[in-house]
Design a protein around this ligand. Structure first.
Ligand code: NTF
Length: 818
C-alpha cells in the first residue's frame, strides 16, 4: 500500500515556489533558515492529505479516542522525524543535494521545541509517536508556551538561564484553529438559582475573569502507515469578542486584568523537574488547558452522539502525573452544570473516562494546593472537589470504622490543602506506575492504603522510548547496521532486534560495531571541540551522564568519583589507566541552588583536570551546554558507558537508560527504576550494578540508621576528596564556593538528614564498579559482545510495547486501518 504520493521533482519545485512566495527570493539568495521554512512547508503539504484522511476515517468509524493530557510535550525537532516517518528521508536528502543544500544544515535550523523539562515530557512525545505508528486514534493535549525550557549557557563554570524564544521565526508545522476556540473562566463566585424547568438548582459562576483558549494543531506522523494524529497545544488570547456578562459591562479595570491574564497564562514553562513550586499561575495553566481540552473533547463527542452518559465508551483521558488532575472535577462540573447529568451519572462517566499515571515518589514533587487559593481561583470546581471528598471520606469511614488514620492519609481535602494525587486516584479507574519496582513501591508504601482499598485500579506500565527517533534518526550508521543483520522489521517491531544475538560473538560483526561507535564518537568529539573548545580522544572511554540535575540522580557522586580518580592518577602517574572522557549534561531548575553548585563543580573540576599536563590527557571532563533532545541524539550514539546512578527507590523509571542501551552503551547503575528491568533483559553479566538496594534505602529512611560520617572517617581517599571541596582546590582558593554541597553530605540541617541520597554509603562500591567497567573495556572483543547483547535485548524498551499495553489494559482502543 502506498501511503503518499512523493515525487522528487515536484518536491524541489514546491521548495523553490515556497521560497519565492514567502521571501521573494531565489533558492540561491535564501538563508538556511528560509530554506528550512520552505522545506518544512513543503513537507506539511505532503502530510496534510493524510492528516485529513485520518481524521475523517476516525469520525467515520466512530473510534474511541485517547486524550493524553500533559503539561509537557518534549517533541524535539519535527523535520527529520517526519521525513523518516514518511519514509522519504533519503529522497529528500537527494533532492536537497541536487539543489546544492545540505539537509543536515537545514535540520539544524529548526528550533528544538522544548515544551517540557525532562523524562516526563519526552515520554509524552514518544507515546504520541508510538500511538500514530501503531494506528491508534489519539490527541496530545498541552500548552503552547511562548517560552519553553530555558536555554542554558555556562559562564565562568556556572549555569545562566536564557529565554527560549522558540517561536521567533514562526513554526511551520503548526496550524492555528480559531474555529475551535473555547472560553475558560477564573475566579468570581457561584450564584445558586432555582430552575423551574429542570426542577434543579443552577450554579452560575459570576464576576469571573476569562480567557479565550485557541488551539494550535501539530501533526504526529505514524511510521509508513498513512496515519497522522494531532498534538493540540493551547494558546491564550484576551476575550474581547466573548460577551462579558451584564454584571461586568463597562468594567474597564477588569478588561485590563483579563488582558494580563491571557498574556501571562501561557508565557512560560515552569522549569522544575520532580519539584513543585506551588505558584498560583501554575494552577491557572493547569485549569486553562484542561478545561479547553475537555470542552473540545465533549463537543466532538456530541457531534456524533446524543447520550452524554456514554462518553466514556468513546473517550479516555490519560493524566500524565497529577498536573492535569483538575480534569476530574472539571469533567464533573461540565457533565452536571452544562450537560444536566445527576451527580451519580456524572461520577460514573468520570470514573470510567479518567486514568492516572504516577511518575514519582519524591515528596517535594507531590502537588498540593492551599484550599483558599484553589477555591478563590476555581470556585465551582472547588465545590465539586468538596463533594467528591465528602462522599469519599464517608466511604473510607464505612470501610474502616473508627480508623481515622485512613482518612488522614487518603482524604482529598486535608489540613487546608487539596491533595492532587488523592484526587486523581479517587477519580480514575486506573492508576499506574512507570516501572515494576516503582509500581511495587507505590502499592506497598506510598499509596498502600489506596492499594488495599482499591487494588483493581493499580497496574504497571514500564516506560519505553521510540526507536524511530533514538536509533533510526539519532544513529543512522548503527540503524543501517542493525537492518543489515535483522532486516527492517525492528523499525516498527523492536523485539526482532534480538535476531542480533547469534552475531554477538562474531568477530567481523563486533569490529563493525566498534567502528560505528568510533565514528559516532568522532562526531561527538567534533561537537565538543566546536562548543567546548576541548580536545577529547575518540579512543578514550566515553562515560556519560546526561539528564536533569537533581540530588537524587547523584551527578555529585559522579564528579566526586572523577576527583578521586584524578587524585589516584596524580599519586601514581605510571599506573595502568585507560583514558577516559567523562561527559555530563543537564539543566538545573533556575532556583535549585545545590544543583547549580554541582554544575559549577563539574566545570571547575574539568578546568583543573583538562589543563593538567601531569596526567597527559588521560582524563577529560566535559560539561555539554544546553542538553536537549537534538544534542542528546548525538550523545547517546557516542556513549560507551551509561551512568544510571540514582539512589535506589528514587528514580521512578528513567528513560535515558533505554536510549543508551539501544545505542550499544553499557549500563553502570543502581537497582533503581527501569534499570532493574534492563538487568533482567540484558543479563546480570552484561551490566555493572552497585550500591544499596531500594529496600535497604527504605529501611534506613524508616529507622534513621544511616551515618555518613562512618564512611568519611573510615575511608581516607573519600575524606581527601570531600576535603578538597572546601580547601579551594577547585575554586581558585575560594573555600566557601562548594561549602554548601560539602555540608549537605556531612551536616544535618533541621529536618533534613546529612547525605539524604546516600552518596557516601554508595561511594566505594561505585568506585569498584567503575574500575570493573574499565577492565571490561580493555578487552575490546568482549566489550563489543556485551554492547551488542545490550542492543539485542533492548526490544522490551520500545514505547510501542508500552503503548500496546496501555491500549490493551487501560484504554481499549481499536486500531485504525487506513
Ligand atoms: C519522571 N517524573 C521520573 O522522575 C522518571 O524516572 C521517569 O522516567 C519519567 O517521569 C517518565 O515516567 C517526573 O518528571 C515527575 F514529574 F513526576 F516528577
Amino acid at each position: 500500500m502506498l501511503y503518499l504520493e512523493f515525487e522528487k521533482q515536484t518536491f524541489k519545485k514546491t521548495v523553490a515556489e515556497n521560497i519565492k512566495n514567502l521571501y521573494r527570493r531565489t533558492l540561491k539568495e535564501a538563508t538556511p533558515q528560509q530554506i528550512f521554512q520552505a522545506v518544512s512547508y513543503a513537507v506539511k503539504d505532503v502530510i496534510i492529505d493524510n492528516w485529513m484522511k485520518t481524521q475523517a476515517h476516525i469520525e467515520q468509524e466512530d473510534s474511541k479516542i485517547v486524550y493524553y493530557l500533559s503539561m509537557e510535550f518534549l517533541t524535539g525537532r519535527a523535520l527529520g522525524n517526519d521525513l523518516i516517518a514518511l519514509t522519504v528521508y533519503d529522497e529528500v536528502k537527494e533532492a536537497m543535494d541536487e539543489l546544492g543544500v545540505d539537509l543536515n544544515v537545514i535540520e539544524d535550523q529548526e528550533p528544538d521545541p522544548a515544551l517540557g523539562n525532562g523524562g516526563l515530557g519526552r515520554l509524552a512525545a514518544c507515546f504520541l509517536d508510538s500511538l500514530a505508528t501503531l494506528g491508534y486514534p489519539a490527541y496530545g493535549c498541552g500548552i503552547r508556551y511562548r517560552y519553553g525550557m530555558f536555554k542554558q549557557r555556562i559562564q565562568n563554570g556556572c549555569q545562566q538561564e536564557v529565554p527560549d524564544n522558540w517561536l521567533r521565526e514562526g513554526n511551520p508545522f503548526e496550524l492555528r484553529r480559531p474555529e475551535y476556540a473555547k472560553e475558560v473562566k477564573f475566579g468570581g463566585y457561584v450564584r445558586v438559582q432555582y430552575n423551574e424547568k429542570t426542577k434543579r438548582n443552577d450554579f452560575i459562576q459570576e464576576g469571573y475573569q476569562s480567557v479565550r483558549a485557541i488551539p494550535y494543531d501539530m501533526p504526529v506522523v505514524g511510521y509508513n502507515n498513512g496515519m497522522v494524529n494531532t498534538l493540540r497545544i493551547w494558546d491564550a488570547e484576551a476575550v474581547s469578542d466573548f460577551q462579558l456578562d451584564s454584571f461586568d459591562k463597562g468594567d474597564y479595570h477588569k478588561a485590563v486584568e483579563q488582558e494580563n491574564l491571557a498574556r501571562t497564562i501561557v508565557e512560560v514553562l515552569y522549569p522544575n523537574d520532580n519539584h513543585l513550586a506551588g505558584k498560583e499561575l501554575r494552577l491557572k495553566q493547569q485549569y486553562f488547558f484542561i478545561s479547553a481540552s475537555l470542552q473540545t473533547a465533549i463537543e466532538k463527542y456530541k457531534k456524533q452522539h446524543s447520550d452524554i452518559g456514554d462518553l466514556h465508551k468513546k473517550v479516555v483521558f490519560q493524566m500524565n502525573d497529577t498536573h492535569p488532575a483538575v480534569a476530574v472535577p472539571e469533567l464533573m462540573r461540565i457533565l452536571i452544570d452544562e450537560e444536566g447529568l445527576t451527580w451519580d451519572e456524572a461520577w460514573k462517566v468520570t470514573t470510567h473516562a479518567c486514568a492516572y499515571t504516577n511518575h514519582t515518589i519524591m515528596s517535594e514533587a507531590l502537588e498540593k494546593w492551599p484550599v483558599d487559593l484553589f477555591s478563590r481561583l476555581l470556585p465551582r470546581v472547588y465545590q465539586m472537589i468538596e463533594e467528591i471528598n465528602r462522599r469519599f471520606v464517608e466511604h473510607i469511614r464505612f470501610m474502616y470504622p473508627g480508623d481515622e488514620s485512613k482518612v488522614a492519609s487518603m482524604a482529598i481535602l486535608y489540613d487546608g490543602q487539596v491533595r492532587m494525587a488523592n484526587l486523581a486516584i479517587v477519580g480514575s479507574f486506573s492508576v499506574n506506575g512507570v516501572a515494576h519496582i516503582h509500581t511495587e513501591i507505590l502499592e506497598k508504601r506510598e499509596l498502600r492504603n489506596f492499594y488495599e482499598m482499591m487494588p483493581e485500579k493499580f497496574n504497571n506500565k514500564t516506560n519505553g522510548i521510540t526507536q524511530r527517533r533514538f536509533l533510526m534518526h539519532a544513529n543512522p550508521l548503527l540503524a543501517d547496521w542493525v537492518t543489515k543483520y535483522v532486516g527492517e522489521d525492528w523499525i516498527t517491531n523492536l523485539p526482532v532486534i534480538e535476531r542480533l544475538m547469534p552475531f554477538a560473538d562474531n568477530e567481523k560483526v563486533q569490529r563493525e560495531f566498534l567502528n560505528i561507535k568510533y565514528l559516532n564518537k568522532v562526531r561527538l568529539a567534533k561537537y565538543i571541540k566546536e562548543h567546548n573548545h576541548i580536545d577529547v580522544d575518540p579512543h578514550s572511554i566515553f562515560d556519560v551522564q546526561v539528564k536533569r540535575l537533581h540530588e537524587y540522580k547523584r551527578q555529585f557522586m559522579n564528579i566526586l568519583r572523577v576527583m578521586y580518580l584524578y587524585n589516584l592518577l596524580k599519586e601514581n602517574p605510571d599506573m595502568e589507566f585507560y583514558p577516559r572522557t567523562f561527559i555530563f549534561g543537564g539543566k538545573a531548575s533556575a532556583g535549585y541552588e545545590r544543583a547549580k553548585e554541582v554544575i559549577n563543580l563539574i566545570n571547575n573540576v574539568g578546568e583543573v583536570i583538562n589543563n593538567d599536563p601531569d596526567i597527559k590527557g588521560r582524563i577529560k571532563v566535559v560539561f555539554i551546554e544546553d542538553y536537549r533532545v537534538s544534542n542528546a541524539e548525538l550523545i547517546f550514539a557516542a556513549a560507551d558507558i551509561s551512568e544510571q546512578i540514582s539512589t535506589a527507590s528514587k528514580e521512578a523509571s528513567g528513560t535515558g537508560n533505554m536510549k543508551f542501551m539501544i545505542n550499544g552503551a553499557v549500563t553502570l547503575g543502581t537497582m533503581d527504576g527501569a534499570n532493574v528491568e534492563i538487568v533482567e533483559e540484558a543479563g546480570r553479566e552484561n551490566v555493572e550494578i552497585f550500591g544499596f538496594l531500594a529496600q535497604e534505602i527504605i529501611d534506613y529512611e524508616k529507622n534513621g540508621g544511616y551515618n555518613p560520617l562512618d564512611y568519611y572517617n573510615r575511608d581516607p581517599e573519600l575524606k581527601k576528596v570531600l576535603d578538597q571541596l572546601i580547601n579551594g582546590e577547585y575554586s581558585c582558593g575560594d573555600k566557601d564556593r562548594f561549602r554548601d554541597i560539602h555540608d549537605s553530605l556531612l551536616v544535618q540541617r533541621g529536618q533534613e538528614p546529612a547525605d539524604m541520597y546516600f552518596i557516601l554509603g554508595d561511594f566505594k562500591s561505585y568506585i569498584t564498579a567503575s574500575q570493573k567497567m574499565e577492565s571490561r573495556y580493555r578487552d575490546r572483543r568482549k566489550w563489543a559482545k556485551t554492547a551488542i547483547i545490550n542492543i539485542a535485548k533492548s526490544g522490551k524498551f520500545s514505547s510501542d510495547r508500552t503503548i500496546f499495553q496501555y491500549v490493551e489494559e487501560i484504554w481499549h482502543l481499536d486500531k485504525i486501518l487506513l
